[in-house]
Every structure is written in C-alpha cells, then in structure tokens.
Write a protein that binds this ligand. Structure first.
Ligand code: 2BA
Length: 106
C-alpha cells in the first residue's frame, strides 16, 4: 500500500474529491495553507493499493487546473519601495507517494 499526499488548489478540491470518491478511493481532506503565497489550498491523504496509484494520480491530474497568480515581489524579498507584481504558476497538483509500512483500522 502507498500513501498519496496531494496538494491541490482549494477551488478544485470539490471536483477532485468527488472524482476520487466516485472511483472508490478513500480520501481525507485537510484545509492547508501554502507557505509561499499564504493562500488556502487542500491537501488530500489517500491510502491506495499499489496497483491503483497511477489511477489516483490520473484523476488528480485531470481535475487539478494550472493557474497563474500575481504576487507582490515583496514575497521574494524585495523591499516595499521596489515592489512590483510578479506572475507565478500554481498547480495543478503537487503529489507525494510514500510506502505504508502498516495499515490497520482498529
Ligand atoms: P505555495 O507555497 O503557496 O506556493 C504557490 C506557488 O508559488 C507554487 O506553486 C510555485 O509556483 C510558487 N513558489 C512556491 N515557492 C516558491 C519560491 N520559493 N520561489 C518562487 N516561487 C515559489 P506549486 O509548486 O504548484 O505549489 C502549490 C502548493 O503546493 C504550495 O503553495 C505548497 O502549499 C505546496 N507545495 C509545493 N511544493 C511543495 C513541497 N516540495 N513540499 C511541500 N509542499 C509543497
């Protein structure tokens, strides 16, 4: 079994969650905040059988949109007097896949 941790834009979280659930994946959603933009996003935790990892990632990829967002350059460390907006690309999904040593429901 693998643990998938996926960070998606909060605007995509409902459609991603619905698609995963419809395909039979068990999902836990956490309301999280990106350290860079300090904006809300959603982190999904999923325990997935090895042979279904690619199917879960395909759903995440399909329903997580890439977006561009303007941020003040002070986010990059510019001083306020020299601040100008910069464009960053956010998403689709940031995905980590790790091994699960033990999985039990007690
Ligand atoms: P944030 O940390 O708010 O980052 C939002 C977007 O800002 C990132 O999009 C990236 O395009 C840009 N960005 C982040 N850190 C940057 C930096 N030091 N310099 C320049 N640009 C930077 P994504 O890469 O799609 O990440 C979306 C969210 O996924 C992140 O929100 C964060 O919550 C999470 N994330 C991404 N990579 C991660 C990692 N290696 N570990 C943990 N969380 C991660």
């Amino acid at each position: 079994m693998k643990l998938i941790i996926a960070i998606v834009n909060k605007d995509d979280s409902n459609v991603v969650s619905s698609a995963l659930t419809k395909e039979g994946f068990s999902v836990t959603r956490l309301a999280t905040t990106g350290g860079f933009l300090r904006a809300g996003n959603t982190t999904f935790m999923m325990g997935v059988e090895n042979d279904r990892v690619d199917a879960a990632i395909a759903i995440l990829e399909k329903y997580s949109q890439k977006r561009t967002q303007m941020v003040p350059s002070t986010t990059y460390g510019a001083t306020a007097g020299h601040a100008f907006p910069m464009e960053v690309t956010v998403g689709g999904a940031t995905v980590f896949v790790t091994d699960v040593e033990r999985y039990e429901k007690l």
